[in-house]
Design a protein around this ligand. Structure first.
Ligand SMILES: Cc1ncc(COP(=O)(O)O)c(C=O)c1O
Length: 478
């Protein structure tokens, strides 16, 4: 069955497209092409009609027509009378057959996470035993189970950030925390500074809250430039700056202590709130542990911290949290019900059980990640010696660099060979990063070696073929 992308879905996926440089139709075509390449609009999907698109995006039908002409000319759209405009990926299996088949790709590197921590099942059984203590209540825990909030507050305090349980709200994963915080902290047209490259679902959440995103560059090797960051925050005075100072996704960089302090000072002077995502912040391999960001900032800095059980315990739990001032927690609680009415209580009980063992869990993750990271470095050195993997001392992935702008071509070729991996532009605000690809090591050493084998095969193909002007213009425009 042909899947139809609704005008609203496409408008959401295209959020911020006008920020791109160049003629409107070309920018629009480039963004749609990228959505197709990254699989965010699956091949075989039907686009809305020209009229619907023009209405929804607020542009003329001429602009839409010209964008579709360009997509047709480059093979990304096929238009048939009576069936509308269908997304295609030129020259791929998906183009010829419409889909990758019922089993999909063998290796999914779109998420960087590993499976559940050992001992998960036992913790879940203990949580089930604890259920009678909560079954008498209604089960709607808008700000979270008191015992979990207490355990999280204790952990922050033990890590050097004194915290009261009233400063914690449990959310349904870190993603829900970002979305809720964005909704509360931002209004239409407000400016939000985000790292580029960065975590794409945060871009989406901030945009949906109405923000105009302003990029702060994070270099693959050197991370943040303190002067640039301070100047940007002072110059722009954003409502929010969303940052990942510990094992930044995708570069894995750690922000130095002095940069943290300088950014915090600039944010305080500019009246900006720092939305600090520490979802992967405790996944240290050989850097050493650090206090949470909020522990090292000058008094009076407005910081909202995001945490998650997804990467340490298991993504299937869907438990995250926000740490903020009591006033901000109260605002979040008022805004939450329209999105959700609380987080599953059994999952919260499981996290409460596992938190008691978090140090042991982190030690286990460290050992696993060390082996997998070293396997990735070794496989790249052997199979793709021209690629450069910067030093990675924590997190879940490496942001690997190569000298040709072919990341999208690599992602398409890899998908045909059973590896689903997002192209570098997925992590950019406007689709740059064609010379980068994020390779997760979370899936473990064997999966990593198989993935690198596939990437090496595809690289040989794209290295033999001249880089198409198609890809070059894509990296320049989007
Ligand atoms: C930086 C970052 N923030 C948030 C999330 C979402 O986490 P959760 O699974 O807790 O919603 C992820 C997931 O990959 C992430 O990498």
């Amino acid at each position: 069955m042909v899947r139809t992308v609704s005008p609203q879905q496409l408008a959401d996926l295209l959020a911020g497209w006008r920020d791109g440089d160049g003629a409107g139709y070309a920018v629009l075509a480039a963004r749609i092409r990228l959505l197709a390449i990254d699989g965010r609009i699956p091949a075989g999907s039907r686009l809305p009609s020209e009229r619907e698109l023009a209405d929804r995006l607020g542009v003329s039908r001429t602009t839409i027509g010209a964008a579709l002409d360009e997509l047709r000319a480059s093979g990304y759209v096929e238009t048939r009378r009576g069936s509308g405009s269908i997304i295609r990926i030129p020259g791929t299996h998906a183009h010829r057959h419409g889909s990758l088949g019922p089993l999909g790709p063998r290796l999914d590197f779109t998420t960087a996470s590993a499976g559940a921590t050992p001992g998960f099942q036992w913790a879940a059984e203990r949580a089930v035993s604890a259920l009678p203590s909560v079954l008498g209540g209604p089960g709607y825990e808008l700000i979270g189970l008191p015992q979990l909030r207490e355990a999280l507050a204790e952990r922050y305090t033990a890590r050097g950030l004194p915290t009261r349980p009233t400063q914690i709200m449990v959310t349904s994963g870190a993603q829900a925390a970002i979305t809720l915080a964005a909704r509360v902290l931002l209004g239409r047209g407000d400016r939000a500074v985000v790292e580029s490259p960065g975590y794409p679902h945060a871009y989406e959440a901030l945009r949906l809250a109405g923000a105009r995103l302003i990029p702060l560059a994070v270099d693959a090797t050197h991370g943040w430039k303190a002067d640039e960051a301070v100047e940007l925050i002072r110059g722009v005075a954003p409502k929010v700056a969303y940052l990942m100072p510990d094992f930044h996704n995708p570069t894995a960089r750690t922000m130095p202590e002095t940069t943290r302090e300088r950014i915090a000072r600039a944010a305080r002077e500019s009246g900006s709130t720092l939305l600090i995502d520490e979802t992967t912040g405790e996944l240290d391999i050989d850097r050493g542990r650090r206090a949470p960001f909020a522990a090292v900032v000058p008094a009076g800095t407005s910081v909202v911290t995001i945490g998650s059980a997804s990467k340490t315990m298991w993504g299937g739990l869907r438990v995250g949290w926000l740490r903020a001032s009591e006033d901000v927690i109260a605002e979040l609680a008022i805004a939450r019900p329209h999105g959700d009415l609380g987080t599953a209580v059994l999952d919260q009980l499981i996290v409460t059980e596992l938190l008691a063992d978090l140090d042991a869990i982190l030690e286990h993750r460290r050992a696993e990640h060390l082996i997998a990271r070293d396997a990735l470095a070794a496989a790249l050195a052997e199979r793709l010696p021209s690629w450069r993997m910067p030093r990675v001392d924590g997190g879940l992935a490496a942001w690997v660099h190569f000298d040709r702008p072919v990341s999208s071509q690599l992602a398409i070729g890899a998908r045909d060979r059973g590896l689903r991996i997002p192209a570098g532009p997925w992590f950019g605000l406007d689709g740059a990063y064609e010379r980068f690809i994020r390779i997760p090591f979370g899936p473990g050493p064997e999966a990593v070696r198989n993935a690198v084998d596939i990437l090496a095969e595809v690289w040989a193909d794209v290295a033999d073929a001249p880089v198409s002007s198609e890809t070059s213009s894509l990296s320049a425009v989007v």
